[in-house]
Write a protein that binds this ligand. Structure first.
Ligand SMILES: O=C([O-])CC(=O)C(=O)O
Ligand SMILES: [Mg+2]
Length: 424
């Protein structure tokens, strides 16, 4: 970023008041009567109701539309382990997106935990407060153990966004990109640079969607993950292949697909030059991708390129997933976000990209034309149809797969965030 853009980002966060979120009141508080209902003595009535039946928390408090965004700051974007407090702007940012795109209230919680178990215990102890828990920017491999333990201990959806949100959006974009390239997932040769939470989840989901494990080479900081390595945790070992390739330079030769979830600038012009015709390059590290899209296009005019950023075409970023996935899960009071719900989200996103783009989206992106193709493989976050399509698909999948505690919402389809409470 230029110095001017860096300053603009700091000013955005600092002025006119610090931070990006605030709390608003939903009930009148003007009179003594109002206050006697909101607080003592009236507040005792919902207390008694909830004590008698915890389900009443959904009726008398904000629980059902409230998601905690929780991090320990160990893997903030692609910036690394900068500690819990430094993750707060990102967690507030997730709250902004929850509210803006799906009408969901959220609170960010940054946990200073000395161990994964301490983090798990902290989150489990406060879990009942929320309708759902979005785990964010927690490093691998600890994130796998943390998520699994919390899914088991909580009866509300717990979702590690960097794994599943990123994987869902990546899979949707990848299916479309390969289609445009005239290729298919089951024959594509895939290189994944990075072996962290997002990389592992993305590759698992691509395999579930049809990619062949033997066509997939994953690299961590030490190079290609191959079957001769003895330093692999079980999550990486799942992707070990029998190969004599050792470096990115070896692996990228003739590859159809590059997925980067690693660090800035790690893909060079020489790497992309060696890829097969119509290469698909998802350089998704935030904020600075593995290769700058301008450089990629200059070297490979035939590239189909995506990044995680808002300022270039094809933003493959979990913002297209988590707001709507939680919306659907909350609205049917799902106990978890299962594979069927994730796959439903993939297809809803993939299919929406093939429909004509509404004028509001063109206006927001200052474009005269956007249509399914190299520069538009996935919907944009400002597309209000996401709130209908992804949310409905996730809610339906939750009902069909038996994890919903309420029926498919009668107030669906949602046309905009004002609709999210239905008829009140
Ligand atoms: O925050 C974003 O832009 C996407 C994300 O979750 C990450 O990079 O960790
Ligand atoms: Mg993240």
């Amino acid at each position: 970023m230029t110095d001017a853009k860096k300053q603009a980002a700091l000013d955005y966060h600092a002025f006119p008041i610090p931070g990006k979120l605030s709390v608003e009141l939903t009930k009148p508080t003007a009179t003594a009567r109002d206050l006697s209902l909101a607080y003592s003595p009236g507040v005792a009535e919902p207390v008694r109701e909830i004590a008698a039946d915890p389900e009443n928390a959904y009726r008398y408090t904000g629980k059902g539309n409230l998601v905690a965004v929780i991090s320990d700051g160990t893997a903030i974007l692609g910036l690394g382990n900068l500690g819990p407090l430094a993750s707060k702007p990102v967690m507030e940012g997730k709250g902004v997106l929850f509210k803006r795109f799906a009408g969901i209230n959220s609170v960010d919680i940054e946990v200073n935990a000395e161990s994964p178990q301490a983090f798990i215990d902290t989150v489990a102890r406060i879990a009942d407060t929320w309708g759902g828990i979005n785990l964010e920017d927690i490093k691998a491999p600890e994130c796998f153990e943390i998520e699994q333990a919390l899914v088991e201990r909580c009866n509300i959806p717990v979702f590690h966004d960097d794994q599943h949100g990123t994987a869902i959006v990546t899979a949707a974009g990848m299916l479309n990109a390969l289609d445009i390239a005239g290729k298919s997932l089951d024959t594509a040769r895939i290189v994944c640079l990075g072996a962290g939470a997002a990389a592992i989840a993305c590759m698992k989901l691509l395999v579930a969607c049809g990619a062949r494990p033997e066509n997939l080479v994953m690299l961590d900081r030490k190079g290609v993950i191959h079957s001769g390595r003895e330093d692999l945790n079980p999550h990486k070992a799942m992707f070990a292949v029998d190969t004599d390739k050792r470096t990115l330079d070896d692996a990228i030769d003739g590859a159809d697909v590059f997925v980067g979830l690693s660090g800035p600038g790690l893909m060079t012009a020489d790497h992309i030059r060696k890829m097969a015709p119509n290469p698909v390059v998802f350089a998704c590290t935030n904020p600075d991708p593995e290769i700058h899209p301008d450089l990629a296009r200059e070297v490979r005019p035939d590239v189909i390129m995506a990044t995680g950023r808002s300022d270039y075409p094809n933003q493959v970023n979990n913002v297209l997933g988590f707001p709507f996935i939680f919306r659907g899960a909350l609205d049917v009071r799902a106990t978890r976000i299962n594979e069927a719900m994730k796959v439903a989200a993939v297809h809803a996103l993939k299919d929406l990209a093939r429909e004509p783009v509404p004028q509001e989206v063109l206006d927001a992106y200052e474009k005269d034309e956007m249509s399914f193709g190299r520069e538009y493989i996935i919907p944009t976050p400002v597309d209000v149809r996401l709130l209908d399509r992804v949310t409905s698909a996730v809610a339906q999948a939750a009902v069909d797969s038996g994890v919903a505690r309420k029926p498919y919402p009668s107030h669906y389809p949602l046309k905009n965030v004002e609709d999210v409470y239905g008829q009140v």
